[in-house]
Ligand binder design. Structure first.
Ligand code: ADP
Ligand code: ADP
Length: 228
C-alpha cells in the first residue's frame, strides 16, 4: 500500500533528517516508526502525505508516485492524526467530525449520521458528547475525537504521529487496544510514530526502529526485534 525507496530528506539549513530509507506497508498492516526524539520519524510521516518534499528517493501509495499526485487528491485518501489534534475550538464535537465530509460535498444529514457512528465507534456516545465543545472533554476524549475525524473521510491510509502521547498511561493503553480493534475491523493501512518502545511492540505488525541521523536500524515483527 505504501512504499518508500531510498528516501532522504535534508532540510534547507543542512540538517539531515532522513537517509536512504526503504520501507513498505502492506494493505491492512500497522507499521510503527520508533526511535529517539529527532531521528526523523515525523519527517518521514510528513513526506508520505507530502507536507514535506523528500530530497531523494521515491514514495508510492497504492502504486502512485506521491510526488506526481495532486496533493489535495492525495490527502483525501489519507487520514492524519497528530498529538496536538487541533480540533476547532469553537465547533461542537459533532461538527469537528463532520468537517471533512462536508468539504467533500456530502449532505449535512449524511455527514451528521456518519459522525455519530464514528463517535460511537471510538467509544464516545454521540448523544452525550456530540454537542460539547472540545474544551469540555478530557484529554483522552479529545484524542478519540481526533481519531474519529481522521476516519470520517474513510481513507484507506492513516498516518498517526504520537496519537496517544498526550494522555496518562492507563488511558493510553485503553486507547491503544481500542484503536487496534477499529483498525483490524476497518482494515486500514497505518503508519504510527511513537518514541515509546512498549507502544511499538504492543501495536505494530512490524516495527521500524530509527536511529539518530535518520537511518533505519531494524525493520521487522515485534518478535523478530525482541529476539535481537
Ligand atoms: P522525530 O519525529 O523523530 O522526533 P523529526 O523528523 O521531527 O524527528 O526531526 C528530524 C531532524 O530534523 C531533527 O534533527 C530536527 O531538528 C530536524 N528538523 C525537523 N524539522 C525541521 C525543519 N523544518 N528545518 C530544519 N530541521 C528540521
Ligand atoms: P481525565 O482524567 O481524562 O483528564 P477530566 O478530569 O479532564 O478527565 O474529565 C473528566 C470528565 O469530565 C470527562 O468525562 C470530561 O468529559 C468531563 N469534563 C472535563 N472538562 C469539562 C468541562 N469543562 N465541561 C464539562 N465536562 C467536562
Amino acid at each position: 500500500m505504501i512504499r518508500l525507496v531510498g528516501v532522504g530528506k535534508t532540510y534547507e539549513d543542512g540538517t539531515v533528517a532522513v537517509q536512504e530509507l526503504d520501507l513498505d506497508v502492506q494493505r491492512g498492516e500497522l507499521v510503527v516508526l520508533v526511535g529517539p526524539s529527532g531521528c526523523g520519524k515525523s519527517t518521514t510521516l510528513k513526506m508520505i502525505n507530502r507536507l514535506i518534499e523528500p530530497t531523494s528517493g521515491q514514495i508510492f501509495i497504492d502504486g502512485q508516485d506521491v510526488t506526481q499526485a495532486d496533493p489535495v487528491q492525495l490527502r483525501r485518501g489519507i487520514g492524519y492524526v497528530i498529538q496536538q489534534i487541533g480540533l476547532f475550538p469553537h465547533q461542537k464535537v459533532i461538527r469537528n467530525v463532520m468537517t471533512v465530509p462536508l468539504l467533500y460535498g456530502e449532505s449535512t444529514a449524511t455527514a451528521r449520521e456518519r459522525a455519530r457512528e464514528l463517535l460511537d465507534l471510538v467509544g464516545l456516545d454521540a448523544a452525550t458528547y456530540g454537542d460539547r465543545y472540545p474544551h469540555q472533554l478530557s484529554g483522552g476524549q479529545r484524542q478519540r475525537v481526533g481519531v474519529a475525524r481522521a476516519l470520517a473521510a474513510n481513507p484507506p491510509v492513516l498516518l498517526m504521529d504520537e496519537p496517544f502521547g498526550a494522555v496518562d498511561p492507563v488511558v493510553r493503553i485503553r486507547l491503544q487496544d481500542e484503536f487496534l480493534k477499529i483498525q483490524r475491523e476497518l482494515g486500514k493501512s497505518v503508519v504510527l510514530v511513537t518514541h515509546d518502545i512498549d507502544e511499538a511492540v504492543r501495536m505494530g505488525d512490524r516495527v521500524a526502529v530509527f536511529e539518530t541521523g535518520g537511518r533505519l536500524a531494524q525493520f521487522g515483527t515485534p518478535a523478530q526485534l525482541l529476539a535481537h
